[in-house]
Design a protein around this ligand. Structure first.
Ligand code: FES
Ligand SMILES: [Fe+2]
Length: 373
């Protein structure tokens, strides 16, 4: 799992004035909005006795812990301890990690890491969000597989005729001609030629009397740390899926999807689009859940790659570099409790840089959630 990235944690319309718990990288966070509507992301672990702030209440721009009423401002600084006399100072260590948060493309994103602003990788662009010719739907599903397995599955074109039948390609013509990968530090994209499905059903209807092309182009892309784009050109228009593979833990993934289409753009077709997305995911789910080893190997040579796996190989190479740079979650980020089964991730936020004397001070080790390993 990679830190120091912007993670889309929740659909923006699910985040309001009521605190909402979300999980990512094995850590719990609380999301809420300030009075002016800005999204806030704090560690969901009260520094006093480990209460879950997400069970508390928001007033003004502050959140109050449900247990003893400690109140934290939107920077995670404790501003009120009700049991203390008013003249008693609030300890400097009384704070929780606050992660930079923004709303973009209908998602609330939080920067999970401690890099200063100018060093943070970008949030990928999703131009369809602001394009009125596209209609968006949301979808989500939890899968019992590692997020890098589900992430690679979406950019993997050669599985489609085997797992998805004739939805995108032709099981009788599974060859994939060579394609070029366009790569940046944070993304990779390729136009991949697939043989179109046999001319039956919708394809048959739309191509009646015309010759089917030898290949149709599917554009697949990944954006670090966990987003995959799938652009399918159907005879009636474009379907673009952005998949956010959110690592709840090492072996459990929440897949959130923004699906865009520029055909049948009335709300009446939303249910049908969601059903199609669900059908694809339900076909992929048993396959990714059965993959062994469960976690993606660190060494490229631990699995066998062929030409059509170029996008996944590009990801694994880039990931190896980031691991070398220290961006992999582990070591200091993982807190072990009183038994080996009680481990949790606690990611440092940018404020720890500005307060070095507090660097490890406000990590509460008592309450630990699921096993992130
Ligand atoms: S546990 Fe949060 S105020 Fe005591
Ligand atoms: Fe698939």
């Amino acid at each position: 799992m990679l830190k120091n990235f912007w993670y889309a944690l929740e659909f923006a319309d699910k985040v309001g004035r009521t605190p909402r718990q979300v999980r990512c990288l094995g850590q719990d966070f609380v999301l809420y909005r300030t009075e002016s509507g800005e999204p806030i992301c704090l560690s969901d672990l009260c520094v006093h006795r480990g209460g879950a702030l997400s069970m508390g209440t928001v007033s003004g721009d502050c959140i109050t812990c449900p247990y003893h009423g400690w109140q934290y401002d939107s920077n995670g600084v404790c501003v009120r301890i009700p049991a203390n006399a008013p003249e008693r100072a609030i300890p400097r260590k009384a704070r929780v990690d606050a992660y930079p948060a923004v709303e973009r493309y209908g998602m609330v994103w939080a920067f999970l890491g401690d890099l200063p602003e100018e060093q943070r990788p970008p949030i990928p662009e999703i131009p369809q969000w602001a394009d009125p010719s596209f209609r968006a739907v949301q979808y989500e599903m939890v899968v019992d597989a590692n997020y890098e397995r589900t992430f690679e599955n979406v950019v993997d074109a050669s599985h489609t005729p085997f797992v998805h039948g004739t939805a995108f390609g032709n099981p009788d013509k599974p060859e994939i001609p060579d394609f070029r990968v366009r790569q940046t530090d944070w993304s990779a994209e390729a136009d991949i030629p697939l043989s179109p499905p046999p001319p039956k059903g919708l394809w048959g209807l739309l191509f009646r009397g015309k010759e089917l092309p030898d290949f149709v182009t599917v554009t697949n892309a990944w954006y670090l740390p966990n987003i995959v784009k799938l652009h399918v050109r159907l005879p009636i228009g474009d379907l673009m899926l952005y998949d956010f593979n959110i690592p709840l833990s090492q072996d459990r993934t929440l897949i959130k999807i923004l699906g865009f289409r520029n055909f049948f753009t009335g709300g009446w077709a939303d249910g049908n689009t969601r059903k199609r997305i669900e059908k694809i995911l339900l076909q992929d789910r048993p396959v990714v859940e059965s993959q062994r080893p469960e976690l993606l190997p660190f060494d490229l040579s631990d699995e066998l790659h062929v030409r059509s796996d170029a996008l996944q190989v590009a990801y694994r190479r880039r990931r190896a570099q980031l691991i070398k740079d220290g961006w992999w979650v582990g070591g200091d980020d993982v807190v072990t409790g009183d038994s080996p089964r009680r481990r949790a991730t606690v990611l440092a936020s940018p404020a720890r840089h500005d307060n070095p004397e507090l660097a490890a001070a406000w990590v509460h080790k008592a309450r630990q959630g699921g096993d992130p390993r």
